[in-house]
Design a protein around this ligand. Structure first.
Ligand code: ADP
Ligand code: MG
Ligand code: MG
Length: 214
């Protein structure tokens, strides 16, 4: 039921926080190539705040929609930077899409929540696929979930398949030129290096995939 999903979300965010702590420096290096080098620090601050807020919402007896909403608000408030605002709003809208009523949640429900996140990121940031942003990992991730939903793949397996797709897509952003965000003025320098926001997004969904296995 919805509270069990809320607990799962809080647990997954805590694991993502650990993974981002390990990756913090590397993400900062990637962001320093054409950006301002703060992506690792921002993601870590954001996810730690989100994990704390999620746990508080769980302790308050809330369901998955409120847990994701509280997590998103805390992420946006604490991360600083473009990616924090986008991640925070994306988590909140994913939660609103899931709601607290539907149970059990299947692959199609998760796909719809990820699509809500895509629409929110596009609406707020104005980027399109191909602009070398986190959307270049998030949209392929969504599309893989969509394919899996169409073939009735169970949600855990679907998430794992989609996480592998996101990983590959994030690596492939190395070939793109940034057309939005802080990296645009140094676009030439960025070619050959993957987008930090796409790399961190792939890491986050991969970490959640591992959590699904347990
Ligand atoms: P900042 O650029 O404010 O320092 P971060 O370093 O935390 O923020 O995040 C940079 C990442 O944010 C980029 O690598 C990119 O993936 C993502 N990003 C930047 N602008 C946009 C946008 N308009 N739409 C989607 N993602 C974006
Ligand atoms: Mg930055
Ligand atoms: Mg910054």
């Amino acid at each position: 039921e919805s509270r069990a999903y809320g607990r799962a979300v809080a647990g997954a965010l805590a694991e993502v926080a650990e993974a981002l702590a390990v990756a913090e420096e590397e993400l900062g290096r990637l962001d320093a190539v054409a950006g301002d080098g703060d992506h690792g620090r921002g993601m870590l601050r954001g996810v730690r705040a989100a994990a704390g807020a999620a746990q508080a919402a769980v302790d308050g007896g809330h369901g998955v929609a409120s847990v994701l909403g509280a997590a998103g608000d805390a992420w946006a408030a604490r991360a600083g930077g473009t990616s924090g605002v986008l991640w925070g709003a994306a988590l909140r809208s994913a939660g609103e899409q899931l709601g607290d009523e539907r149970s059990p949640l299947g692959t199609a429900d998760v796909r719809a929540a990820v699509w809500a996140a895509v629409e929110t990121v596009q609406g707020l940031g104005g980027a399109e696929p191909g602009d070398k942003t986190l959307l270049d990992a998030l949209v392929p991730f969504h599309d893989a979930l969509d394919t899996a939903a169409g073939s009735d793949t169970p949600v855990g397996a679907a998430w794992q398949q989609a996480a592998r797709v996101a990983d590959r897509a994030a690596e492939e952003t190395a070939g793109l030129r940034p057309r939005v965000g802080r990296a645009r003025p140094l676009a030439d320098r960025s070619v050959g290096t993957p987008d930090p926001g796409a790399v961190s997004l792939a890491l986050c969904v991969r970490t959640v995939a591992v959590a699904f296995e347990r």
